[in-house]
Design a protein around this ligand. Structure first.
Ligand code: NAD
Length: 372
């Protein structure tokens, strides 16, 4: 008998790819999603990309009655439903706390009543704040957020007390979270709530800290999501990508197919239970390079990114994944290179109508004093 899996937020970008991965491996998939307008548009229709074999329950993860119905006959749950904008979380504080923290609380109460074999929760690299660094002497060090004074002088890199620039290195799960935004705080809460309740009630639980995910189906008209989708949406409207700071900040971009693979392994590998794993590509790129490569792939090399020298409150300088744990315990191995991923993304983008709401989103942050 094939296992029945529930994915909360499964109509979204990551959840729908995960659903495809699970269907391909013979699982039965049910999705609970409220089709949030910021992601799915005002009509809240079932997305065309959602496989017809997926059972979709349209409802809110904070509704205990809907959850009771959604959990009937389910063997394992992926909890992906969340509001996902770092910048937006800094002013829609009640909304983010309600959906992310309270949503998880309501789900966990439902799981106490109707337990499952396994719970996998989507967490985020954003909880680390700054990644790990090396001092000039070669010692690992955890650094503070850059001060407002430093940022106002447009001095972007991380220094030690002697003014020497520190070198970023891959960040392992053991790095102490710095929680620089309401979103980061909510993701940390989500993973720790799930692990705590999982341990207490014998629900084998795994938390996956996703790095910057890219791929098809990412909501392009949602200005609060991934940087690649935002750049693509600007370029498609013949506008330059807008880059904060100087563009030399580094991130780990991981294909959504690799994330789906990691999610499936977290369900299938017995030793994963009770642990937290970074899910990244294990490679890192500057934001400038990402903008340039996206322009090339879309055939818009003539559009140079615009370096704004602005700072967005809550942003960090460098963070990229150490994926040793996921490799060793889950047997996870990233398969998709950035070039392959961007080519597929470009082909998908050809068919997309994207509304460029980036300027609007930036001014919402600026009017609240959340950029300097
Ligand atoms: P997404 O916005 O595409 O998907 C989230 C889905 O959750 C949407 O379909 C939305 O309608 C649904 N949703 C929102 N509020 C809900 C509610 N109250 N009840 C039911 N459904 C609700 O985002 P995504 O990029 O697919 O992210 C999936 C998960 O991965 C999230 O938990 C996010 O925090 C995490 N994550 C994503 C990234 C990334 O780069 N995309 C990185 C780190 C972590």
């Amino acid at each position: 008998m094939s296992k029945h899996i529930l994915i909360t937020g499964g109509a979204g970008f990551v959840g729908s790819h995960l659903a495809d991965e699970l269907l391909a491996k013979g699982y039965q998939v049910r999705v609970l999603d409220n089709l949030t307008p910021q992601v799915h548009g005002p009509d809240a229709r079932r997305p065309d990309y959602l496989d017809p074999e997926i059972e979709l329950i349209i409802g809110d993860v904070r509704d205990p009655d809907i959850l009771r119905q959604a959990l009937k006959g389910i063997d394992a749950v992926y909890h992906l439903a969340a509001n996902v904008g770092v910048g937006q979380s800094m002013y829609e504080i009640a909304q983010y706390t309600s959906v992310n923290n309270m949503g998880t609380a309501v789900l966990l109460e439902a799981l106490v009543e109707q337990p499952v074999e396994r719970l996998i929760v989507a967490s985020s690299m954003s909880l680390y704040g700054e990644g790990l660094y090396l001092t000039p002497d070669g010692d690992q060090t955890v650094v503070d957020q850059r001060s407002l004074y430093q940022l106002k002088t447009r001095d972007w890199e991380i220094h030690n007390a002697a003014g020497e620039v520190l070198t970023p290195i891959p960040t392992p799960e053991s790095k102490t979270p710095a929680l620089p935004s309401i979103y980061a705080l909510s993701k940390f809460d989500q993973e720790q709530m799930c692990l705590t309740i999982g341990r207490a009630y014998g629900i084998r639980t795994v938390a996956l800290r996703f790095f910057n995910i890219f791929g098809t189906r990412q909501a392009l008209s949602n200005p609060y999501t991934g940087v690649l989708a935002i750049f693509a949406s600007r370029l498609l409207n013949n506008q330059p990508p807008l880059i904060n700071e100087d563009g030399y900040q580094q991130r780990d971009f991981v294909s959504v197919y690799d994330v789906a693979q990691a999610c499936r392994l977290a369900l299938e590998v017995p030793e994963a239970a009770g642990h937290v794993f970074n899910v990244g590509s294990g490679r890192h790129y500057t934001i400038r390079e990402i903008a340039e490569r996206m322009a090339q792939v879309l055939g818009k090399e003539w559009i140079q990114p615009e370096i704004t020298a602005k700072y967005r409150m809550g942003d960090i300088r460098h963070c990229f994944a150490d994926i040793t744990q996921a490799r060793q315990v889950l047997g996870y191995e990233p398969q998709v290179t950035l070039s392959e991923g961007l080519i597929e993304l470009a082909a998908w983008l050809e068919g997309q109508v994207s509304l460029d709401r980036v300027a609007e989103a930036r001014s919402e942050l600026a009017t609240r004093g959340l950029t300097v």
